[in-house]
Design a protein around this ligand. Structure first.
Ligand code: SAM
Length: 335
């Protein structure tokens, strides 16, 4: 098989989407992301250089990956991330590029984003209430993030808001989310809180299922399932809002898995390949990516072999007894 033939996993799913974590460092301390263990950061000398991330991007692009999302940690805290984004765009003009960010540092990236034309910028924003935002993220940055979202919209960049659903916070504050999605052309998406990492603070009492949020939203707005293909292919169930500018989405990461349509790979900032969020097997590609004697074909063969046993996360979880859905915290994996 040539290393350019499409990447199909052992369950016959085409792999087309790479989530690339450029750093495990972050400028916020979101309680659901890092947990109480607060793992050490990866030492700088083990973090992949941008040139090696570009190499990996080229290899998987040749295998049929069409979309790369930069994530982290917080991708925008890594030095020279703007230059990296520009290089990704210039080397791979036909790739869909996307970014997931907490939005705090966006202002100084606006020119770069206008230039690289991301398919979307996903901004994590868990509450429109200052006290709740502070409690969840450990920082007082709500007004900065709101201003930066406005700037993205003014620049004509597609914005998706990601809110981790937490009982007592998201349901209590739902009106602000609904107002925002009604007034602005954004996708507001609620993500079920997953117990990621052994030190997770997740507990049943704080779990708010997507179905409950949909029920609350449907009681307040006239919602109809969105029809466009983009909305039906991703993990979010999207809804149009009657007379609203934006849309609502519900990501039932725990209560209803979307494994059958999973098209993702993840590369951590250390160069570890993860084929399923819930599968802790990681394939260490850092050494190979750094080594010019290891050919792209050899690395492609490792990726292909890893995908052959890409897990079905729901099956993995059904056999597990412990609370955490993965050993690693989200901050190191990238969401
Ligand atoms: N720093 C960036 C940000 O804040 O979006 C990117 C990294 S963050 C790990 C990526 C996404 O994972 C965010 O949307 C975040 O809300 C989500 N996330 C983190 N921990 C989560 C958890 N335990 N359950 C569900 N989503 C989580």
């Amino acid at each position: 098989m040539s290393n350019n033939s499409p990447l199909i996993d052992g369950e016959n799913r085409a792999v087309r989407y790479l989530r690339l974590s450029v750093t495990d460092r972050c400028n916020l301390d979101c309680v659901y992301c890092r947990g109480v263990d607060r793992p050490d950061f990866i030492p700088c000398d083990r973090v992949l250089r941008y040139e090696h991330m570009l190499r990996f991007a080229g290899i998987v692009k040749n295998m049929g990956v069409t979309k790369i999302r930069l994530t982290g940690g917080e991708p925008l805290v890594r030095k020279d991330c703007a230059a990296f984004m520009r290089r990704l765009r210039s080397e791979f003009p036909d790739l869909d590029l996307a970014l997931t960010t907490n939005g705090v540092l966006l202002e100084s990236y606006l020119d770069t984003l206008k230039e690289i034309r991301p398919v979307s910028v996903n901004v994590s924003l868990d509450s429109f209430n200052e006290a709740d935002y502070l409690k969840l993220t450990g920082h007082n940055s709500l007004s900065i993030v709101q201003a930066n979202i406005s700037a993205l919209l003014e620049a004509g960049i597609k914005v998706k808001i990601n809110a981790v659903a937490i009982k007592g916070v998201t349901d209590a504050g739902i009106d602000a989310f609904l107002k925002f999605a009604s007034e602005y052309p954004v996708d507001v998406r609620f993500i079920e809180f997953m117990p990621m990492g052994r030190g997770t603070i997740w507990k049943k009492a704080s779990f708010l299922p997507a179905s409950r949020l949909l029920e609350l939203a449907s009681g307040r707005l006239d919602l109809t399932p969105a029809r466009d293909p983009e909305s039906t292919s991703g993990p979010a169930r999207m809804y149009d809002i009657k007379d609203g500018a934006g849309r609502l989405g519900f990501i039932s990461a725990l209560t209803s898995h979307f494994c059958a349509s999973c098209n993702r790979l993840r590369l951590t900032s250390e160069g570890n390949l993860r084929t399923c969020l819930f599968d802790d097997r990681e394939y260490r590609l850092g050494g190979a990516l750094r080594d010019p004697r290891v050919s792209d074909a050899k690395i492609a063969a490792i990726v292909r072999a890893a995908c052959r046993t890409k897990a079905v996360g729901a099956r993995l979880l059904s056999g597990r007894r412990r609370r955490a859905v993965a050993d690693g915290g989200m901050v190191g994996i990238g969401g």
